[in-house]
Design a binder for this molecule. Structure first.
Ligand code: ROI
Length: 162
């Protein structure tokens, strides 16, 4: 199955967190990395008194069920010493299943497509980089979503002035 995973970090060297997490994802059993977006620098959504985020999206081919994939991603978050200080606050590493094939899932642990997928520039832009023609169940085409989604200050890292 083809799945898309969103990555975000704004604590403890976020660039390194995200790069290592991509390596960890590529090492998940029965799963292989198909594509990875650039790393994006993005201002926080939510409380503004927290550091900027690094965000990225990867595509994987996986034989794991959605919940088994979620288990594997949560293990990676734990390994990165995931700290989550407050709701909508800073975190060491956040891994979200954005899409899993064309499945719609709603249970206690998992909502797929991810509820923020169509509104969050830090998801929409990296996702569009690796899957410009994507159709999102219940939301239509990613191209249309992107056209209606202001970039909100997100920038690919390479273009970021230091
Ligand atoms: N803001 C940005 N820019 N990137 C994120 O990954 C992110 N993750 C979150 C909240 C706190 C909503 N804000 C974010 O969970």
């Amino acid at each position: 199955m083809l799945a898309y995973i969103g990555l975000g970090s704004n604590l403890a060297d976020p660039q390194q967190q995200v790069r290592t997490a991509i390596d960890d994802i590529s090492a998940i059993t029965e799963t292989s990395l198909l594509a990875q977006s650039s790393l994006y620098h993005s201002p926080p959504m939510g409380p503004q008194d927290q550091p900027d985020y690094i965000n990225a999206v990867v595509a994987v081919e996986t034989a794991l069920s959605p919940h088994a994939l979620l288990d594997a991603l949560q293990q990676i978050e734990q390994k990165h010493g995931r700290i989550r200080k407050r709701h909508w606050g800073e975190r060491t590493l956040d891994l979200d299943i954005l899409l899993y094939a064309d499945k719609v899932i709603e249970d206690e642990r998992l909502t797929v497509p991810h509820p923020g997928i169509a509104e969050r520039a830090f998801v929409v832009y990296p996702l569009a980089e690796i899957a410009p023609a994507l159709q999102i169940p219940g939301h239509g085409s990613l191209a249309t979503i992107k056209a209606n989604c202001p970039p909100e200050g997100i920038e690919p890292l390479e273009n970021k002035q230091s």
